[in-house]
Every structure is written in C-alpha cells, then in structure tokens.
Design a protein around this ligand. Structure first.
Ligand code: PLP
Length: 410
C-alpha cells in the first residue's frame, strides 16, 4: 500500500455494524454491560470491550489503530495533548533517581517539562546535538532513555536516528523520538531503529488546527531489561505490547490524560489528507526558503536547502524533503516584530501544522521561560521568526513576505 492509500485504508475499514464510512463519535462517558459478570471481565482485561472513556473509547481506539499501523508500530495510546504524550512516554519507564539524555534543540514545552521532572528526582542531560559522539559520554548506569526530536522545533536540526539508536541499544537504552515535525509522510522512525515514537497530533496529523492531542506509538521491539526497568517486570508477559500494557493499565489511565472522542474524530478526518497537505507544505516551504536566500539581510534556516548542514540527512532519512517549518533571522528583535506585523496572509499565532501559514517570535513567547543559553542551544535568537508554512499559493506567500521585508528595510 502506498502512503495516501494507507492513510485511508491501513488498519481501517469504517464502522462495520452501521456501514458508516468513518468511525462515529462515541460521545459518552460510560459503556453498559449485560451483567455484573461481564463488566467484571471487561474491567480486568479478561474480555474485550469498553467500560469508561478515560480508559478506552471506540472513536479513540480507531484513531490509535490507524496511527499505529501507519507508523509500523505494535500499538498506540492516544493522549489529551502532545505534552501529555511526551510526559507519559517518559514517566512510563522512569523513576526517581533515573536520568535521560535529550537534545538541546527541543520544543520549549518539553524543556519546561524536564525542569518540572527534577522535583520528582528525574534528571535530564542535554546534548548540543544528538549524535553518538555527544550522547555516549553522557550515558551512565542511571540512564534510562535517549529522547530527541527528529526535526528539532524550531532549531531544525536532524537526528540521524539510525546511528543514535544503535548506540542506545548497545547500552540497553530505548530511543524515544518526537516525530511531530517530521510526520509519517517524511519518515517512519521505527524503520530506523526508534523504539517509541510520540507525536503532537495537534499539528500535522490533525492538520486543520482544530484540536489538541498527542499519541505514543511503540515499536514493540525493545527488549526491556527488568533489572533496569523494574516496573516492566509485571508486564513482560504481554511481549511486544508490554510497554503499552503498562502505560494503559498504569500511569496513563491514572493521570487521566485521555483523548476526547470528538478530537479523535477530527484527527481521523485530518489524517486522511496528511499526504496531500505535506506534499504541498514541503514544496511551499522549500520555495519560500529559496526566496529568503535571495533576500538581503535575511538569514534562512531550512534543512532541505543545499546550503544546510542537514541536507545530506534530509536525503537519507526524509526522502529529500525538509518538512514545513523554517526559521529566518531579521537582524534585530524590532525588525522581527515589524516583519511579523507587516504580514498580510501569515497569522501571528503559536502553532504549527495548520492549513494556514503561521508565524511567531519564539524568543518572547514559547521560550519566554528559558535561559539565554537554553534559547541559543535551541536555535532561538532575539531576531528569529519561526514560520509554519501553509497551503496558500506560493506566489502569494512570496509576495507577502517580500513586501513585509522590503518595508523593514526602508
Ligand atoms: C507542539 C509540540 C509538542 C506539544 O504538543 P501539544 O499538542 O501542544 O501539547 C511537543 N513536541 C513538539 C515537537 C511540538 O511541536
């Protein structure tokens, strides 16, 4: 099955009972059962079925099954947000005293989260770039995971997950990849050795900017050493599904960060056009980046540009495409603000992966809680503008940015 066909048909065939082409929105809290015996079985995983929507809901299950299949995973658990997915993916295997190694170019919310986790005895070590050379010296007997964004948002650095997963596996450590900005259209991280994949599905998978959500996909391939990961002992019997079984029966259900059925439905609708949107978005982003290269006093960062240090990795991992985010530097904070204020079509908002082009000044917003050093490590400078390219016609986008740039230069 090719990609666009898979979006519609892989692990999905509508609602068999009614013939409904989409899984309906089961907008309920609870599911009734014919007998107390039956509900006892469902509650104790002795019979399939649903009891309560915090624990499971058919609309959500359908979305999870489609994403798991698309990402070549053993299964998936959907969450109320991308941040919930990142949090649950980590806390499912961490305990007080544990350490993780992460990329410095992470999403601002994730950097804030890692600081929050310090209060629970979990320490994150930052690697400037997630490469085997940088990661290996940070590994010790307390290390329990390597976590990285495949395409850093907004640093746009690309992790060679093949070499990093090889290293992590030599030390019996799983590689967890946030693949939000890469999307399944560009890469299936599991095929390159990632063990757990997370997405903020609020972004490209939803695609219309109309619901917050996240998802965790497990490859089912990592061999959990129960001396290292003591909590996994009880779940080893689930084999390929042990990580997800622990998650579902433990911290995910008890933190209560379930995905709402309505949002799962919106995501399933959005998912079906992911391929069409990404094709247009990546093409627009490259053309816009090439346009910025011709602009005096503007510095552009986009991994699929031949001038980018990540060009070779886009060829190796991402089918030569660079995704739909680029950053530019305008020369000063004032100029960056003026440029944003001069734009007609690009909307000033904190989101990515919408149909419309979005811009933001990350230093004063998403990274407002970060130190100067953290900002610099994440590729966020005082004059940086992040652009999440939309599906508008490229001629209009180039004209809009061209006009806004010429105004600040006057
Ligand atoms: C947006 C984002 C998140 C957080 O997702 P939410 O759905 O906003 O909670 C995590 N990682 C990356 C790379 C993101 O872009």
């Amino acid at each position: 099955m090719e990609f666009n066909t898979a979006l519609l048909h892989k692990n999905f065939s509508g609602d068999k009972a009614s013939g409904s082409t989409m899984t309906p929105i089961y907008q309920v809290s609870a599911f009734s059962h014919s007998s107390a015996e039956q509900l006892e079985k469902v509650f104790n995983n002795k019979a399939p079925g649903y009891a309560y929507s915090r624990i499971g809901n058919p609309t959500v299950t359908s979305f999870e099954a489609r994403i798991a299949a698309l990402e070549n995973g053993a299964g998936a658990v959907a969450c109320s947000s991308g941040m919930a997915a990142v949090t649950m993916a980590l806390l499912n295997i961490l305990e007080s005293g544990d350490e993780i190694i992460v990329g410095a170019g992470l999403f601002g919310g994730t950097i804030d989260l890692l600081k929050d986790l310090e209060a629970f005895g979990i320490t994150a070590h930052f690697a400037d770039e997630v490469t085997p050379q940088n990661v290996e010296p940070l590994i010790n007997e307390r290390t329990r995971a390597v976590f990285a964004e495949l395409i850093g948002n907004p640093k746009l650095d690309i992790v060679d997950i093949e070499s990093v997963s090889n290293l992590a596996h030599r030390y019996n450590i799983p590689l967890i990849i946030d693949s939000t900005t890469a999307t399944p259209y560009l890469v299936h991280p599991i095929d390159f050795g990632a063990d757990i994949v997370v997405h903020s599905t609020s972004k490209y998978i939803n695609g219309g900017g109309n619901a917050i959500s996240g998802i965790i996909i497990d490859s089912g391939k990592f061999e959990w050493d129960t001396e290292k990961f003591k909590g996994m002992k009880e779940y080893k019997k689930y084999g390929k599904l042990s990580y997800l079984a622990k998650l579902r029966n433990g911290i995910w259900r008890n933190f209560g960060c379930c995905l709402a059925p309505f949002n799962a439905f919106l995501n399933s609708v959005g998912l079906e056009t992911l391929g069409l949107r990404m094709e247009c978005l990546c093409s627009n982003a490259l053309k816009l980046a090439q346009f910025f290269e011709t602009c005096k006093d503007i510095e552009v960062n986009y991994p699929a540009l031949e001038s980018s240090e990540y060009y070779a990795l886009t060829q190796k991992l991402l089918k030569g495409k660079g995704g739909a985010i680029l950053t530019i530097r305008a020369g000063s904070k004032e100029k960056a603000f003026e440029l944003i204020n001069n734009l007609k079509f690009a909307t000033n908002a904190t989101n990515i992966g919408d149909t419309r082009t979005l811009v933001i000044h990350p230093s004063s917003t998403i990274y407002a809680h970060s130190t100067e050093q953290q900002k610099e490590n994440a590729g966020v400078f005082d004059d940086t503008i992040r652009i999440s390219v939309g599906i508008e016609d490229i001629a209009d986008l180039i004209e809009d940015f061209g006009n806004a740039i010429s105004k600040i230069n006057n």
